[in-house]
Design a protein around this ligand. Structure first.
Ligand SMILES: [Zn+2]
Length: 270
């Protein structure tokens, strides 16, 4: 996500505007939306990235348009049936067999300041949850923490703090360019976000970095339909770590991997 559920009730409509299909939408027929409408629902954060669906970032308007053309304008997916992988042009958006064992990242010591060790610890716990079930390996390359920026080529992605408070954190998909491969954690994520924890939020964001879509886009009944460019790895899971609770989800505690999340992750990354 992630937006905190209490503010999601107020901010959700605006932030998820582009994501929420109308009640007439079905799982095989997406709601019609013009580029102008789609662009109007995206917003630019402090990094200049275009944000849609709550926590998905794009480097430029050109990338946003490409996403629109492939995902919204030309809906091709179908509910083939809780985990779903980003699926574009007939292929899964995922890491290669080699890269998946070497998912390196840095944690910006200068941007997190006194919160640095808290973030390092939360990233260790959140990455461990995915590593315990799937054939992937995240590596904290701490030697780059003192120069952990969007242009740091020594790592696959960077983890930095942002003062943007319209989301708790945002992430990226495996097909993002280096400059877009960031996990940004909002200062608001360090406040009272119970029943969630920073680790729980990062479990969700790391799911995106592995290619997993928001689970609620699989159901028009969720009220948060995004698009049909996904391929089902398991049956629909309203408790998935990738499902917004406020989108008719059933996860009421912290964001944790369900048994379906685990089997879906193993299916994509054996
Ligand atoms: Zn998300």
């Amino acid at each position: 996500m992630l937006k905190f559920r209490s503010i999601a009730l107020m901010a959700g409509v605006a932030l998820l505007g582009s994501a929420c299909g109308g009640p007439e939408a079905s799982e095989t027929q997406a709601p019609a939306m013009s580029w102008e409408e789609f662009r109007a629902n995206a917003y630019q954060d402090a990094e200049g990235k275009f944000i849609i669906d709550g926590d998905l970032a794009f480097d430029s308007q050109e990338e946003l348009k490409a996403f629109f053309d492939e995902n919204v304008a030309a809906e091709t997916g179908s509910a083939q049936g809780g985990l779903a992988v980003y699926y574009l042009s007939g292929a899964d958006v995922k890491w290669s067999t080699t890269q998946r064992q070497n998912l390196t990242y840095c944690v910006s010591s200068s941007s997190f300041g006194s919160r640095y060790s808290t973030v390092v610890s939360a990233m260790n716990s959140a990455t461990a949850a995915w590593e315990a079930t799937a054939g992937i390996n995240f590596i904290h390359s701490s030697s780059y923490d003192s120069n952990c920026t969007a242009s740091q080529t020594g790592v696959l992605f960077d983890v930095r703090q942002t003062s943007v408070t319209s989301y708790l954190a945002r992430a990226f998909f495996p097909n993002s360019s280096r400059s877009g491969r960031n996990i940004l954690i909002s200062t608001s994520a360090f406040g009272n976000i119970s029943p969630w924890t920073l680790t729980g939020i990062l479990r969700h964001e790391l799911g995106h970095t592995l290619g997993f879509r928001h689970e609620h886009t699989r159901s028009t009944a969720s009220g948060c339909y995004e698009d049909a460019n996904w391929r089902a790895l398991t049956s629909y899971d309203r408790s998935s770590v990738m499902h917004y609770p406020q989108c008719n989800g059933t996860q009421t505690g912290d964001l944790v991997l369900t048994s379906l999340d685990k089997s879906g992750a193993r299916a994509l990354y054996p």
